[in-house]
Design a protein around this ligand. Structure first.
Ligand SMILES: [Zn+2]
Length: 416
């Protein structure tokens, strides 16, 4: 039942072949209708696709045989034969995701229906360098696969996010601040080789934005602002795509000049960057709270939350001052992008009321009415998991793209 189950029938194309050409049109249409949820039965597929019922039947049978789709009898009681419902098989493969962050990383595995199977935190700092971090992450992901009886040869896609600008095509970070050794390191290649599946690297806030935009009733364009060790933003367009910019530096708003930035020196070499004066790291520094301890990578966030809950005046003041600066750059971004939804994410977003009300006040005061008329400003719905969910959404999109389906059909692990 393991790795040879459902393996390719007939010869596999050489890896350099244009695999996209190998996907039969009818099969592609049938599978896409099920993946998008537009159809859940053979009859619905026939109706939506205009394909002959016999063609639909052949393609569905083939996809069920390959283990990509499953067909289950509906539990609804109806007269005659119970209808059979088509869905993506939960055993069709696994998605592996890592949200790499400054103080610790999060990892998760999910099935191709995007259901999270398991997740965990990997306690390693980003400054340990790419090799150590990626090895720790890979090891944990492999552990999760084993613990949850997932075939390691059926990882279909790996997605990772890092807190810095990313060259999406090359799969590496580009001059990221505070990440020694990561500049240009082939992260996607490393993950592809160690997990044996196609891998992509994205900016962490882009993934968070995708995760938030993927939630029911989330309205796009959606701008997600992450406030953590630094400040960054990710934009999902009205068409559901991440806007990455020409060089992957879109949304790097942490280096916009803060109104009250003064001469605070930023790691980038400039003075008064908003990430230096209004990030969680900056607030903790002002209050003399260590960001992390040896036993607890989230020590700073916890202590700050406690102080805010206890209405500690200096903590409240520091938070509101930061929120005002964040509001200023949020207002600028709202003018630039005119989003329908602005999501505040990162550990500070747990301090919902204080952060949100201060940011809202500045945005509504600074931005023009046309840009804010239908704007919703809110905190993350997924909390610390938004990056993981965005990674899973991005992976599922790749897996069910035309080249992704071609790979699914040949069911070969990436061997290079
Ligand atoms: Zn800067």
């Amino acid at each position: 039942m393991r790795k040879d189950e459902g393996r390719a029938v007939g010869p596999s194309p050489p890896s350099s072949a244009p695999v996209a050409a190998a996907v039969p049109v009818a099969l592609y249409r049938v599978l896409r209708l099920v993946v998008t949820g537009a159809a859940t039965s053979r009859a619905e597929i026939a109706r939506h696709s205009g394909l002959a019922r016999s063609t639909v039947g052949q393609q569905v049978d083939h996809l069920v045989e390959l283990g990509i789709l499953q067909e289950l009898e509906s539990k609804e009681s109806v007269r005659g034969r119970p209808p059979r419902i088509l869905s993506i098989s939960p055993r069709a493969g696994t998605i592996a995701v890592a949200d790499i962050d400054t103080l610790a990383s999060r990892v998760a595995i999910a099935d191709l229906t995007r259901r999270v199977i398991a997740q965990d935190i990997v306690d390693i700092r980003i400054e340990a360098g790419p090799q150590a971090v990626l090895e720790a992450i890979t090891e944990r992901l492999k552990g999760l696969l084993t613990e949850h009886d997932r075939d390691p040869w059926r990882v279909r896609q790996v997605v990772a996010g890092v807190p810095g600008p990313v060259d999406f095509e090359r799969g590496c970070a580009v001059r990221p601040g505070g990440m020694p050794g990561w500049d240009g390191y082939p992260v996607a290649d490393h993950l592809r080789k160690s997990l044996g599946a196609p891998a992509v690297l994205d900016n962490d806030v882009n993934l968070m934005a995708l995760g938030e935009a993927d939630q029911e009733q989330a309205e796009t364009p959606l701008l997600c602002v992450k406030i953590a060790s630094g400040i960054g933003a990710g934009l999902v367009t009205g068409g559901g795509e991440v806007y990455r910019g020409a060089d992957g530096a879109a949304g790097d708003i942490g280096h916009l000049r803060a109104i009250g930035g003064g001469d605070a020196l930023c790691a980038c070499g400039n003075l008064g960057c908003v990430g230096t004066v209004a990030s969680q790291r900056a607030i903790l520094r002002n209050l003399g709270i260590p960001e992390a301890t040896d036993d607890d990578p989230f020590h700073g966030a916890r202590v700050l939350a406690e102080r805010i809950t206890d209405s500690d005046p200096s903590a409240l003041h520091a938070l509101r001052r930061a929120a005002t600066e964040i509001g200023e750059v949020a207002a600028m971004s709202v003018h630039m992008y005119n989003p329908r939804t602005l999501v505040l994410a990162g550990p500070l977003s747990d301090l919902r009321d204080d952060l949100l009300s201060a940011v809202r006040a500045v945005v509504y005061q600074r931005a023009l009415p046309l840009a804010t008329r239908k704007l919703t400003i809110t905190t993350t719905r997924l909390g610390a998991d938004s990056g993981l969910h965005g990674g899973i959404a991005l992976a599922a999109r790749d897996i069910f793209s035309r080249p992704g389906i071609a790979r699914l059909l040949t069911d070969r692990p990436d061997e290079s």
